[in-house]
Every structure is written in C-alpha cells, then in structure tokens.
Unconditional design. Sequence first.
Length: 194
Amino acid sequence: MTLDIASIIWVIGIVAWAAIRRPYRSKAKRTKVIADKKSTTENLALVFCTIGLVIIPLAHLLTPVLRFANYEFSPLLAYLGTISMIGFLIFFYFSHKHLARNWSVTLEIREDHKLVQHGVYKYIRHPMYTSFWLWGISQFLLIPNWIAGTTGIASIAWLYFSRIDKEEAMMQAQFNDEYTQYCTKTSRLWPKLF
Ligand code: SAH
C-alpha cells in the first residue's frame, strides 16, 4: 500500500458513491413529496457534507494548498481505510436498494410512503447513516492530512446529530404504533448483539 494507491481507493469510493446514488436521485425526482421537514440547518449540513467529503479532499489531492497539514502515511491505516470504504459502499448500496422509492436526500415523506423493515432495516434503523460514518472514517484513514482527512467526519457528525432526532420524530408522527414497535426491535446504527 502506498499513498498514491490510498488516494486512488478514495477516488474509487467517491465515483462508486455517485454511481450508486444516481438512479435513486432520478427516481426520487419523479415521486411526489407529501410532507417536507427540511430546515436551513439541514440544507447547510448537506452543503457542508459535499464540501467536507468531496471538495476539500479532492482539492488536497489535486493542489498543494493543504500540504502544510500532512502527516506521515501509514500503510496499516490505509488498509483499515480500505476496509471501511468497502463497508461504506456495502451499507450505502443496500440501504438505497431496500429504501427504494421511500428514499429522500432530506427529511421528506413521499406519496404512499411505506415503513421499510426488511433487509438491512430489519436490524438497524439508519444503515445509510452507518455508511456515512464509515465513509468519514475511511477518508480519515486514507488521507494523511489533518484538514482533508477530518472534514468528512466533522460534516457527517453535524448532519447526523442535527438530523437524527428530527427524522425519528417525523417517522413516529407518520407511522405511529408501527414505528414504536419497529424501534423496540432495532437500534440506530449498529445491530443489537443480544
Ligand atoms: N435514516 C435512514 C434513511 C436516510 S434517507 C438511513 O440512515 O438508512 C432519509 C429519508 O428516509 C427520510 O426522509 C425518511 O423519509 C426515509 N426513511 C428513513 N427510515 C425509513 C424507513 N425505515 N422506511 C421508510 N422510509 C424511511
């Protein structure tokens, strides 16, 4: 493992992320929204995610501006980053596949919205956010730079902590007892072991 290979793995992750999301984004455009809970904080968090997860690391790989914040490359960390990136893509792919037409980039309820409880949603309520945390961790492990490596995880933290309670409240209001039952059987990000 070299620094160049680690950078290429990060780029492959970004390309795969865009390719997985693309068809769902166009499907979402065609599915009517009946309730919209997005806010300015939410929109800002999404903009910050694009900057922190894509633009800053890309700028670092293509220009020398952030080189002053580099630290020594570790092959071991880069291997762990690769595992984390694979985990990100697996969770990201299956959460899209199982949410299907119920997915939205923000907090929205769609026409004929169903509470998805199968596939990866049988075990956890927020596999897409699990995938985002893994994405942020992989960026940190693959890019040895105190700025370009950490802006991803910082933006994920902002998005996750500003959104999670609002999203669960929205789902609770929409699905009532069905959601209460679902919450007793699942945890948020990682399956209950017992
Ligand atoms: N928090 C989920 C989904 C993220 S996408 C995850 O991390 O996997 C956000 C949208 O998904 C929300 O606007 C909500 O409408 C929808 N959503 C979240 N959980 C859902 C579920 N179990 N079934 C159906 N739609 C869900």
